[in-house]
Design a protein around this ligand. Structure first.
Ligand SMILES: NC(=O)C1=CN([C@@H]2O[C@H](COP(=O)(O)OP(=O)(O)OC[C@H]3O[C@@H](n4cnc5c(N)ncnc54)[C@H](O)[C@@H]3O)[C@@H](O)[C@H]2O)C=CC1
Ligand SMILES: O=C(O)CCC(=O)C(=O)O
Length: 435
């Protein structure tokens, strides 16, 4: 799918999510109340965001904020700006947030937000007006103890800074703990920008160590080259993993010798798209040894690890048979459909699931929230050590459980997360039949 893709039908996304839930309900003795509660979101808000465009006209963009479940704590989750965003996508993303926060034992429920917009078509000032308008639309349901937004696809620290400023104006006071992923000067945390990629690498390392696999002997192809993908690529490269391919919404590049993520990032900034960096002038070819390939070819490469760090639904029934990777690392949310997931399980291709592999971002967002509430500031070293420790502990529990119960990593992670949420629902009381 391209970043500029038109509307998509996301019905199957939420159906997939529910079927994964039902699988856990069947496998475990989850109380009836929790089952009822978890089949739909707790709160779903649709808003219209009017934006005064630079030419004086007014455009109105639809937006959503969904709080799936808040039994474990305030809702937490990013805000996505993308033309394909709709209510079902945001709802499913909020469900995944609830599961992932529980998998890594954070005191948060799951939330997510989004605006249906192509941000590439907006000027910087229009984007700022959109960000501020979105916050005005959801201000009544957010706050440090209710729902704490953060960055996601096409939003970043700058956008969080505008949103945080808007919220401060609305509540007439500095409230940094209401939004995470902010710039450092506005109460952001060291380590948040790289956290999703760093966390994914940590989960990969934990798995590789158990398998007796060394980074130097491991080839990696990465779909995506945005925030999560770039930091993963850069850190993995520094650790010795051989990154042979990366892609973005416009194309993909490949090098058998291995790519260097940092210069590629600089080139991408210059040329906007990855494929733009492979060009020749005056018979000199820039980016020697690097070839331009099709995005779908990247997915089918014969590599040890295929890291998916773009959008959902990238591996599906129609292309799952082409996959030749030894392992799939889900850095994006929901990049593998449940039908493809089953096919991969049958073929013995393990998947390190999103609800574990991409939790680095929300874990460091949690540290940002804690620092904002205490007025403290932790060093990057402290942040990274704490992140590693949480992932060591929670990933080990998931991997051990998968082994003990002879189930996939995804099923083990879902069992771990849903059990914790169901327990919180039970402890909150008012239960049917004293369950
Ligand atoms: N930013 C964060 O902290 C977190 C992000 N995620 C997930 O990671 C994924 C990526 O998010 P970010 O890196 O933040 O977004 P981003 O907006 O920084 O990057 C998205 C990337 O995906 C690429 N892309 C889009 N369509 C593509 C296609 N068909 N083929 C190849 N590449 C394509 C874009 O060109 C861009 O490089 C999303 O699923 C997001 O929900 C998950 C946890 C935290
Ligand atoms: O940092 C956060 O609060 C959430 C990040 C996010 O949206 C995600 O993990 O998908």
């Amino acid at each position: 799918m391209s970043q500029d893709a038109p509307q998509q039908d996301h019905t199957h996304l939420f159906d997939d999510a529910r079927s994964r839930l039902e699988e856990v309900f069947e496998a475990l003795e989850i109380a009836r109340d929790a089952r009822e509660r978890l089949m739909q979101p707790a709160l779903s808000l649709q808003i219209s965001v009017p934006v005064r465009m630079d030419d004086g006209s007014l455009k109105v963009f639809p937006g959503w904020r969904v709080q799936y479940d808040t039994s474990l704590g305030p809702a937490k989750g990013g805000i996505r700006f993308h033309p394909a965003v709709d209510q079902l996508e945001v709802t499913t993303l909020s469900f995944w947030m609830a599961v992932k926060c529980a998998v890594v034992n954070l005191p948060f429920g799951g939330g997510k937000g989004g605006v249906q917009v192509d941000p590439k078509q907006l000027s910087r000032l229009e984007l700022e007006r959109l960000a501020r308008g979105y916050i005005r639309g959801i201000a009544d349901v957010m706050g440090p103890n209710r729902d704490i937004p953060a960055p996601d696809v096409n939003t970043n620290a700058t956008v969080m800074g505008w949103m945080s400023d808007e919220y401060d104006h609305l509540v007439r006071g500095q409230t940094p703990a209401a939004i995470t992923g902010k710039p450092l000067t506005l109460g952001g945390s060291f380590g948040r920008v790289a956290a999703t990629g760093r966390g994914a690498l940590k989960v990969l390392d934990i798995w590789a160590k158990r398998e007796g696999r060394k980074p130097q002997d491991t080839t990696v192809a990465i779909q995506g080259f945005g925030n999560a993908a770039y930091h993963f690529a850069s850190l993995a490269h520094a650790q010795g993993y051989k990154i042979v391919a990366v892609s973005d919404s416009g194309g993909a590049i490949y090098s058998e010798e291995g790519l260097e993520p940092d210069p590629i990032k600089e080139e991408k900034t210059r040329h906007q798209q990855l494929k733009g960096m492979v060009y020749c002038d005056d018979s000199v070819c820039h980016a020697k040894g690097v070839e331009s390939i099709d995005q779908d070819e990247l997915l089918a490469l014969d590599v040890d690890v295929l890291a998916l760090a773009a959008l959902e639904n990238q591996i599906h029934e129609d292309n799952v048979d082409d996959i030749r990777a030894g392992l799939i690392l889900e850095i994006a949310n929901g990049p593998v459909t449940s039908a493809a997931d089953e096919a991969l399980e049958i073929r013995g291709i393990p998947v390190l699931p999103d609800v574990l592999a991409n939790t680095g971002g929300v874990i460091v967002s949690y540290y940002e929230w804690v620092q904002n509430r205490s007025g403290d500031r932790w060093t990057e070293e402290t942040i990274n050590q704490r992140l590693d420790a949480v992932l060591e502990r929670e990933a080990a529990t998931v991997l051990d459980r998968a082994e003990a119960e002879e189930i996939s990593y995804r099923k083990a992670a879902y069992r771990q997360g849903i059990e914790r949420i169901a327990e919180a629902i039970r402890e909150r009381g008012n239960n049917q039949d004293g369950e």
